[in-house]
Design a protein around this ligand. Structure first.
Ligand SMILES: Cc1cc2nc3c(=O)[nH]c(=O)nc-3n(C[C@H](O)[C@H](O)[C@H](O)COP(=O)(O)O)c2cc1C
Length: 368
């Protein structure tokens, strides 16, 4: 019954046939039965629904680094899948834990709608441990959080307006993060500096062979590959559409990503978009323990989910926190009391586009 409701919800929220033969595979191309398997013998419909919503969280390279082990119906262990780490750009699992925080937030919001309060207990004391947290679902009063926010959130990289973000909108966005949220308009000195660092750190990372090889391994060029893995970056999610998208899907592959011409074009693309938009958000955390990263990931996701209501695009530009030289610069400038965790380019959009990045079905990340 609940699964039926969820299926209907997903259909209303945009599932349907491919609109144009020029489009690559995107979330709406998948049949609802591909997204939600008919049944997972070990799982009830509510749990499948809640975990599906959780999995719509963002993650670096769309690596979806989570797995879930159920101790019993109301007690789950959320873990980090060691095969989904990004050792070249995220050797300490900092971003992995932020993504697991975002996953946990979606899980908590979805569970609340089904009438459960979530108790979260951090298990890991080191960022490299596999078992990260235990969640306990306690029966409570059903909440009214709009799940559409979760199904329609996405990373947007293009089409940002130059307009500054209104202070009333900033006030609303910063609520989940309070003192760990700073906004710099793109015309300010800080805004200009962050744009420059975004470009230069991207250039350095793109020229670092190991990091580029790691990225290449997460690009799903063809629709067939994307459908097989249901993770990583697709031409659609990288916003390479139309004829260029068709060309990339049809003719490009792993080796091309390592070529000088591909790297050069990527750097030029980033240099163009880094200067677009209304400004930059810097998200920080008070500490860098596992619990701090989970908490920051949760609050970041709550903010991200709100942004669409105000037609504000969010684009993490993380290379300056990944490349040591640039991270030191960011910490020197902005990290005197708190630790920088996200640098996000933000801007108003004329229209917030539908999500396109794919997700692995629940049964694929369930650890039995
Ligand atoms: C910790 C973290 C770091 C990210 N870094 C980048 C980045 O540097 N550049 C970028 O374009 N997207 C970045 N993203 C966005 C992911 O690529 C995106 O969440 C993923 O592809 C899934 O797409 P979706 O957010 O539209 O669901 C990052 C996301 C997270 C959670």
């Amino acid at each position: 019954m609940l699964q039926k409701g969820l299926r209907a919800g997903i259909l209303i929220l945009g599932a349907g046939p491919l609109l144009s033969s020029c489009s690559g595979i995107r979330r709406s191309s998948l049949k609802t039965s591909d997204i939600l398997p008919d049944e997972i013998p070990e799982l009830d419909d509510q749990s499948i629904a809640v975990l599906h919503f959780a999995s719509l969280a963002p993650s670096g390279h769309n690596s979806q680094p989570w797995h879930v082990k159920r101790s019993n119906r109301f007690e789950w262990i959320i873990g980090a899948n060691p095969n989904r780490r990004l050792p070249e750009v995220d050797p300490q699992n900092r971003e992995l834990l932020l993504a697991i925080g975002a996953f946990t937030e979606n899980l908590s919001l979805a569970a609340s709608v089904y009438g459960f309060d979530l108790q979260v207990q951090v298990l890991a004391s080191k960022t490299t441990e596999e078992e990260i947290l235990k969640v306990i679902l306690k029966k409570g009063k059903a909440g009214t959080y709009p799940l559409k926010r979760i199904t329609s959130r996405r990373t947007v990289r293009n089409g940002f307006k130059a307009t500054e973000i209104k202070s009333t909108d900033i006030q609303k966005l910063m609520k989940p993060l309070e003192d760990n949220f700073r906004y710099f308009p793109s015309t300010s000195g800080d805004g200009k500096r962050l744009a420059e660092w975004a470009i230069e750190s991207f250039r350095d990372q793109t020229n670092r062979d190991h990091a580029q090889r790691e990225l290449a391994a997460w690009i799903r060029f063809s629709d067939k590959e994307a459908k097989k893995y249901r993770d990583g970056l697709t031409p659609e999610s990288m916003e390479i559409t139309g004829l260029s998208g068709w060309y990339v899907r049809k003719f490009m592959g792993f080796k091309d990503v390592m070529k000088k011409s591909f790297r050069q074009r990527s750097i030029e693309g980033v240099a163009k978009i880094a200067k677009q938009g209304g400004g930059w958000l810097l998200i920080t955390s008070p500490g860098e323990k596992v619990a701090d990263l989970i908490e920051t990931g949760r609050n970041f996701e709550r903010m991200f989910l709100l942004a669409r209501d105000y037609k504000i695009a969010i684009h993490p530009m993380t290379q300056m926190l990944e490349e040591e030289k640039w991270r030191n610069e960011v910490v020197k400038e902005y990290g005197s009391t708190t630790i920088p965790q996200f640098v996000l380019r933000v801007g108003y959009l004329n229209k917030y586009p539908n999500p396109v990045s794919l997700r692995r079905p629940v049964s694929w990340f369930l650890k039995l």
